[in-house]
Ligand binder design. Sequence first.
Ligand code: ATP
Length: 482
Amino acid sequence: MESLWTGRGRGALAAAMPRWNPFREPSDLQNNNIIAPGNFEGKYRNDSDVEEIVDLAANSLLNKLIRKSLVESPHNVEVLQRDPTSPLYSVKTFVELHLKPELLQGVYAMGFNRPSKIQETALPMMLADPPQNLIAQSQSGTGKTAAFVLAMLSRVDPLKKFPQCICLSPTFELALQTGEVIEQMGKYCEGVKIVYAIRGNRPLKGTYIDAQIIVGTPGTVMDWCFKLKLIHLEHIRVFVLDEADVMIGVQGYTDHSVRVKRAMPENCQMLLFSATFEDTVWCFAERIVPDPNIIKLKKEEMTLDNILQFYDACANREQKLQALCNIYSTFTIAQAIVFCQTRKTAKWLACEMLKDGHMVELLSGELTVTDRAIIIQRFREGREKVLITTNVCARGIDVQQVSVVVNFDLPLNTDGLIDFETYLHRIGRTGRFGKKGIAITLVEKCCVYMLHDIEEHFGINIKRLNTRNVDEIEKFLPKGNL
Ligand SMILES: Nc1ncnc2c1ncn2[C@@H]1O[C@H](COP(=O)(O)OP(=O)(O)OP(=O)(O)O)[C@@H](O)[C@H]1O
């Protein structure tokens, strides 16, 4: 397997995206100014009081960077077949797929012993002859990328020196991550080349792309196809659209993707992947994938049953700070995430807590994804007990051992009303996988009525907790499984 870097070469690209190295020693982390614990003044300069906007592409990359292994799902795969009369079959081993030996070797070299739940059903469909189109949805980390990479590599003819598979990703960094999986899995595939159609990797004019696999972002791929005429699309056999839910958030990307797709042969196999299936994703999927098979893997249901919910009413934010400092002493046996609505409040709170002698870490959206990954990793390892953050951390990011969530601010939408979904996602950071957790919302006295909206919406009861009484708090902290 060869990776083709034209133009400025790989060094420039690698420099543009500092890779996350999970094996960095703590001393390296401490020496790096940007991520040194404490010293929030220096590293967080943009303390905007505008609400933090969740960046789906950044979260998706963050999850990839901090993930250690496959996310196993307890749910069964749901399948909607294009032809319901054709037998549906799934595989329990990679051998049953009759892969080329060098590809099987690559799969095993990655440490994959058996297909994941989504791969069991998706792979036979993706590798079937004649090729079938597929739309697949399952949560992040369940093995989608590995599945479509395997499908591309198994369809490639190494003797033919022209593009045969294209994979579109929503960002430069996500395309690089996918490319890395292709390079790893295809490392024993002689004569197969991959090229990255991403900004900064511009081939010389007049050259012709002889790589069989192209991975890139829709804008650059479109330019290479139509403006620079570097890619001929008439022999493309597999077209993959990855992270469709993130893709539709980037302006113009759905149209670019449709344009590229229209120039491909009609019988080209279309594979579309997404972590969610909202209406917008469906519309896009239906526009671009004719006659699809559809596979869905249910998400882990978020439940509030095992989360005890409390509130305390405070006069102002200084009193809320005091309440948090009182609660802090109970965190010696637990790990907590504290949610603020804006970067400015989060930074203020972190600085005040630190001044008061409490060790906390701050995470907001202004840090690069790599630095965010380092902070989350430290928190996961238990090096920090308390993470103060904004909504950037409310959904999608997995830290399993959190047992206390504090809402320093109520989650509000742009109309100033409770944002129920964000409340659910925030407090869902605790109580994962059936463990017990507690959620404490600190609310200004004038806003206590808003808690009733939450109670009514979720059909729950949020009890008053006296945060001045540490004994009372400890009484409620879940024991035995922290
Ligand atoms: N069959 C398998 N056995 C063991 N590990 C696997 C298998 N398939 C994938 N993995 C590993 O599991 C992790 C998640 O896989 P992958 O990236 O393919 O998931 P994904 O659903 O594409 O996630 P995302 O939506 O974030 O891109 C990766 O570390 C990958 O190497």
